[in-house]
Structure formats: C-alpha cells, structure tokens
Write a protein that binds this ligand. Structure first.
Ligand code: XMP
Length: 547
C-alpha cells in the first residue's frame, strides 16, 4: 500500500499534516523522529514529511535525524522546523530572527516549482517561527519569499526535496491543500486511490493478528467513537469480543435502551453484549462532588472498576478496547502541550488495570474520519452521524453536584432541544427537496444544492445545523412567575456549536423562531425549570462542554 510517513519533530500540527495527506487519498501515518532510518526505509514510504517543532536546529538536544535520509531517493517535504532541519543537514545556514513571524503572511512563489503548480504567484500562508533559513544549501534554490523571510520555501528538485517555512497543513494557508496534493501525487507519484475503507480493512487485519485467540473487552458508550471501535473489533474477532455498556445514569433520555437495541442480541453485530445499570452507584459516588475534574476522575475510575468486575466474571481478558480519537489525545496533554481537560478515556486511568494492554484503533483519526470509517463499515447513518457525547455524560453537563433530579431535568430539556432541532432541519430539507421538484433546472436551485447537500450523506443540511448541541444545567436558581405564583427554579443553558474538529468551535446561528420555540417548550414542559439561557461563546475562549 502506498503511504507517506510524517516524521514528528514535536510540532503541534503533526496529526493534522497526516490527516491532510489522507484527504488526498494517500495513506499517511505519524512516526516519532526517534524511529531508526532502517525501520523507516523498510516501511517503503512514497514520501516523507518532516514536521515543525519548538526547537532550534543548533541546540544539541534538538531532535535531529541521520542526514543520509536526504540521499535515500525518497521525496521529502520539510515544514517549518523540518525545513530548517533540511537546510542545516544539507549545509545551509539557519539564523534566529530578532522578532518572530506569526500569523497570516503573503508570499510570492516561483510557479515553476512542482510544489507550487497551479498556485497563484501571490498567496497567503500561515507562518509561525523565529528561526529562518538564511542561506540555502548548495544545490537548492529559493522558491518562495515574503517581506521578512528570504527563504519561505526552497527545493532541490533533482533530489525531490522540498521545504516550506510556512504551514501548508493549516486552513489559513489558502492554497495549502493544493501544495500537499502536489507533493503527494505529483512529486511522490502516489496514485491517490486510498480510502477510509482501506483503513478499516487494514485495521481489522492488524487487530486479528495482534489479538489472535485472546479475549477482548470493549468499553461501549453508544457514542460514535466507541461504536465504530466496537464494530471494527466485532468484525475482527467476533464473539471473542465482549462489549460492556455501562449505563451510568448520566446518559441522554432513552439512550440506554437505544444502545441496547443496536448492540444487544437483537442487533446485527456478532459480539457479547453486557449492559450494566449502575446509575445508583454513580449518584452515590458523586454525592457532594462539585469540581469538574474530580467528577471526571470519579466517573472514569468507576468505569474501569465496573469493567474489571465484568472482566472477572468473564474470566481472563487480554485486551481493553477504547474509542479514543486524536483530539482526545492532544487535549489531555501529549508531550509538552498543556492539559485542558482530562478526557476520562485517556487521562484518568487508574494505576491498577487488570488487562494486558489497551487497544485504541481510532487513536490517529479525527472525528470526521471516524465517521467515514463507520460508513465504510456499513454502520447505520443515524449512528454514524450521532452527535458526539462525552464519556462522563451529563455528569459534566450539570454544573456542581449531580443528583437524580438534576439528571432528569437535563434529560428532558435536552430531549426537547434535540427534537425541535430535528424537526427544523427536516423542514429545511423538505423545502429544498420541494424547490428541486419545482425547478430542477434553475441555476439558483443548483447552486443551493451545491451548498446545502452534505457530501457524505447526500442529505440537505441547513446552514445553521450544529455539530454538537445540548442542554446543561446551570447550578443557578432564579425567581420567576408562573400563573399567579412565584417560582424559584433552575436555569437551563443551551449550547449549539459548529466545528470541524472540535478543537475550535463557533456558536451556531439557529433561527430566532426556533430559539423561542425551544425556550418556551422547556419552561412549560420541564418541571423545575423557569429560565433558559443560550450560551453563545466560541471555543476558544470557551470549551464546548460547560465543565
Ligand atoms: P471541550 O469541552 O473540551 O469538548 O471543548 C470537545 C469535545 O470533547 C467532548 N468532551 C469529552 N469527551 N470525555 C469525553 O469522552 C470528556 O471528559 C470530555 N469532555 C469534553 C465534548 O463533548 C466535545 O465533543
């Protein structure tokens, strides 16, 4: 299988680079820069990408690599620190600028460079650096410049070695995808026929080899990630897999039964399914606990304890599967990046775990990639496109102490919110279908179809459709009036965000009519609520969940 390897020198965008290459339909994986060159060669990559990194090439402790890599005849693209590393290894000169260059920058490119084929002469890129290439090595030529940066890109076309000081992988680099595609397809000569289906196939094969006759326990939450992980495992080892679904009493309304319907004995998959109803146990543990990280820790640990108990009932279990995906990994702090929230399925594992090893088959994927895998595996669309739900569930959507009564309030408010969004989205889709029926040839209708038709599902999706939306219970009570009576009830917070990778998010522009309708239904129908508040904060500075 043709592949490109991203050698990670500590940059913050390493997985993003890999993901962008996969978007070009070329398989791509990240490997640490400590991987010996012989091993790297044995992987027979069609190309290699050096990532950025926080270091300076002249520091002794900086990540370096065997300069012989430049003579392997494998195309290389160096990005940011990676570009400086190439200059340094090949005998050029890297300097430290008095001030850092950070943000959007206009560059002028040499359009005859294979990397910039089809790129406009002047284009905007994303820069983030202090060091820069001052003198290019012998045999190299400068292929892009900016006002402050004499070598924004360089190349040795003969050896197929390319370097950019800027980051083609981030969205702010307008023609970045074009450049990465030029590298993967034109320069590395990849065919670009890889699909997420191949990832699924390959993973199933690898999982089968790794697990052999071993027993596997999967932590199934019913969310997209763990469902895709479970189906992957079910296809790999069938009944060797036991899925434990812990209903911690912190799920959305009716969710426990819905999960059971799909993965239980009535469902289409071959696996052993165990549902543990543990609501009381969780509420007891969470009594009096207000601090979000402590709640996460308790919920995460309780999960593991329950798995251990179930595993003991099954006998020996060799592997524990988790649906960790890439954004979970970085936000829980990888290497030097800061810990923002300890997502329980990564950070909060207790020291004593009764399993040989944890398997995380989706660890390198972003959410939308997980969905593609799900579709390739034939998982029903309603499951694949289910909005993400955090492992600690409503536990982190109830600010402060969790009680059964508060859970009921959030569940009911949330169900109304979801029902109304669903109805409004369906109304929009129906209107679009109607327009198409009425005027199939109209240019306007065709343009609208282009904009609003979801590529993955072929459904019409309104422009305001949030990627994640939910009710949370603020711990605040306020005075209201209902009939002739004073009320002193809870305020529910509603949040709806649009995001492509959950690392940043924008508040969805829901139609006002819809906001009014939802607000009115919640205060009228949910006992204990007399006020609804809309959280319109972006991420950053807010996070998606309130805790
Ligand atoms: P934040 O709140 O960090 O959320 O902006 C980003 C995405 O992660 C989900 N999330 C979690 N998922 N355990 C999880 O499994 C957690 O502790 C957790 N906290 C947040 C959140 O729902 C959003 O999709």
């Amino acid at each position: 299988m043709e592949k490109i390897i991203v050698l990670d020198f500590g940059g913050q965008y390493n997985q993003l680079i890999a993901r962008r290459v996969r978007e070009c339909n070329v398989y791509c994986e990240v490997k640490p820069y400590t991987m010996p060159m012989e091993e790297l060669k044995a992987m027979k990559p069609s190309g290699i990408i050096f990532t950025g990194g926080p270091n300076s090439v002249y520091d002794e402790n900086s990540p370096h690599y065997d300069p012989a890599i430049l003579d392997l005849g494998i195309p290389i693209l160096g990005i940011c620190y990676g570009s400086q590393l190439i200059a340094w290894m090949a005998g050029g000169k890297v300097d430290t600028a008095p001030v850092s260059e950070y943000g959007h920058t206009e560059i002028t490119v040499k359009q005859d460079s294979a990397l910039f084929r089809g790129v406009m002469e002047k284009t905007v890129v994303w820069m983030s650096h202090t060091d820069y290439i001052a003198i290019v090595p012998k045999g190299y030529r400068v292929t892009a410049t900016t006002e402050n940066c004499p070598v924004a890109a360089m190349e040795c076309a003969e050896k197929k070695i390319y370097a950019t000081q800027f980051h083609p992988e981030v969205m702010h680099t307008v023609m970045g995808m074009q450049m990465l595609r030029a590298f993967a397809i034109d320069i590395c000569g990849c065919k670009g026929d890889w699909k997420m289906g191949s990832f699924a196939e390959e993973s199933i094969k690898q999982l089968r080899e790794k697990i052999g006759g071993g027993k596997v326990l999967c932590a199934l939450s019913g969310g997209v990630d763990s469902s895709v992980a479970a189906v992957l495992l079910s296809k790999a080892v069938g009944k060797q897999l036991t899925c434990v679904f812990v209903d911690h009493g912190l799920l959305r309304k009716n969710e426990g039964d819905e999960v059971e319907k799909v993965f239980g004995p009535e469902g289409p998959y071959e696996l052993n399914f165990i549902r543990v109803n543990a609501a009381e146990r969780y509420y007891e543990k969470l009594k009096g606990v207000e601090e979000p990280e402590q709640k996460r820790k308790i919920i995460g640990e309780e999960f593991i304890r329950i798995f251990e108990e179930e595993a003991r009932k099954i006998g020996s279990v060799d592997y524990l599967v988790q649906g960790t995906i890439y954004p979970d990994v970085i936000e829980s702090g990888l290497g030097d990046s800061a810990v923002i929230k300890s997502h329980h399925n990564v950070g909060g594992l207790p020291d004593v775990v009764d399993f040989k090893e944890i398997i995380e088959p989706l660890r390198m994927l972003f959410k939308d990639e997980v969905r593609k895998v799900g579709l390739e595996l034939g998982i029903p669309e309603y499951l694949v496109f289910r909005q993400p739900f955090p492992g600690p569930g409503l536990g982190i959507r109830i600010i402060g102490e969790v009680t059964a009564e508060k859970v009921r309030i959030v569940q009911e408010a949330d169900a109304i919110f979801r029902e109304e969004i669903g109805k409004e989205a369906e109304k929009f889709a129906e209107e679009m279908r109607e327009r198409r029926r009425m005027a199939p040839e109209s240019k306007v209708v065709r343009a609208l179809t282009q904009i609003y038709k979801d590529k993955m599902t072929s459904r019409f999706v309104p422009p305001w459709m949030p990627d994640q939306y939910f009710a949370a219970l603020t711990n605040m009570r306020s005075v209201g009036v209902m009939g002739d009576f004073r009320t002193y009830d809870y305020a529910v917070a509603l949040r709806a965000v649009q995001t492509s990778d959950f690392m940043t998010a924008e508040c969805s522009a829901l139609p006002h009519e819809l906001l009014f309708r939802i607000t009115s239904r919640i205060v009228n129908e949910v006992k204990g609520v007399n006020r609804v508040m809309w959280d319109m904060t972006f991420k950053p500075p807010g996070t998606i969940e309130l805790e």
